[in-house]
Design a protein around this ligand. Sequence first.
Ligand code: LMR
Length: 396
Amino acid sequence: MFEVLPALPADPILGLSAAFKEDTNPKKIDLGVGVYKDENGNTPILESVIKAQRLLLDSETTKTYIAPQGVAGFLTGMKALLFGASHPAVTEDRITAVQTPGGTGALRLLAELIARGNPDATVWVSDPTWANHIPIFETAGLRIEKYPYFDKASRGIRFDAMMETLNSVKKNDIVLLHGCCHNPTGQDLNQTQWQAVLEAAQKTGFIPFIDVAYQGFGDGLDEDAYGIRLLSENLPEMILSASCSKNFGLYRERTGMACVVTNSNATRQSLQTQIQSVARANYSMPPSWGAAIVDIILNDEQLKALWQSEVTDMRTRMKSLRAMLVQKLKDKGASMDFDFVNSQKGMFSFLCISPEQVKKMRADSAVYFVDSSRVNIAGISQSNVDDLAEALVKIL
Ligand code: LMR
């Protein structure tokens, strides 16, 4: 029977890694999949993670299953990191939370939970959004609509158009927002804009769903949680998916968390049984290793301080790579002004060139990035920035 299923095109992001590996050009540059890299193009394990792993190796005594909701210290540590330890929803125990296999696992679980609660819900996603958001929600049977977000021509947010759409969303529809470091554009809401989103949710009754995969890569760990905290303090319900892939560098350990902020501890308790039953029907219970590492780091003052300084280093380095690229492009006489790259945040930037130009750069200069013109800033280095800037100037 399976012969009726056709072969599918390569994944728009993961497919790039395979193509890059096969390319024999010694000067090839990988700005594709969102993975942090050092100057040599490596993705090293964070020092704080290495130390936590050693402690874990010495202390782990069993491989029996962990609790269905996940590692307890991971969940409390992550809630404090995202919402703040003194957040009323935290202190009043109103947050349903489960550890998930990565941020993607959290998104999928929450999508199914939404389908249980309101099968008619429409999920509103930013235009554009992460390439995997739409398949995740559609596979869970939910309808998708887009709200205007990024304007390639002005290299900014189409905020008036976005708000016009959000102000007309139906009660109990879901609005997916990127907590920080918008993927793919790097263009974030400012505090005034978050306030306007809050007011639209209060007016219409839509439920915000914040996906946060890059906390600490924008302006700082607390600064990047501004929207999460504002909305969850002022609305009766909010949904959140979080990933530890990037800021803890735990990519392959698949470590994430799914949360729903509810309006009472009683709702939290009954929703906890629902979310765990969704998980049980999908993968039973989460893996342990990554969350056990995060638990150790977040609950040990010294390791936490070390991890925070490593997040600061990654953020600062990515900012300097942005500045370096923009300067090189100026020096090489680029016909387009790329200053906007400096004001975008996190791991990604939209270069605002056409898909044809992106494909030509790949074919002519072996520079790999997503057709939308999204580049992984962390893939830039002192040793490839000249080649990159030259390839870009040539394509313009
Ligand atoms: C990305 O956007 O490149 C990362 O989140 C990796 C992925 O799974 O797409």
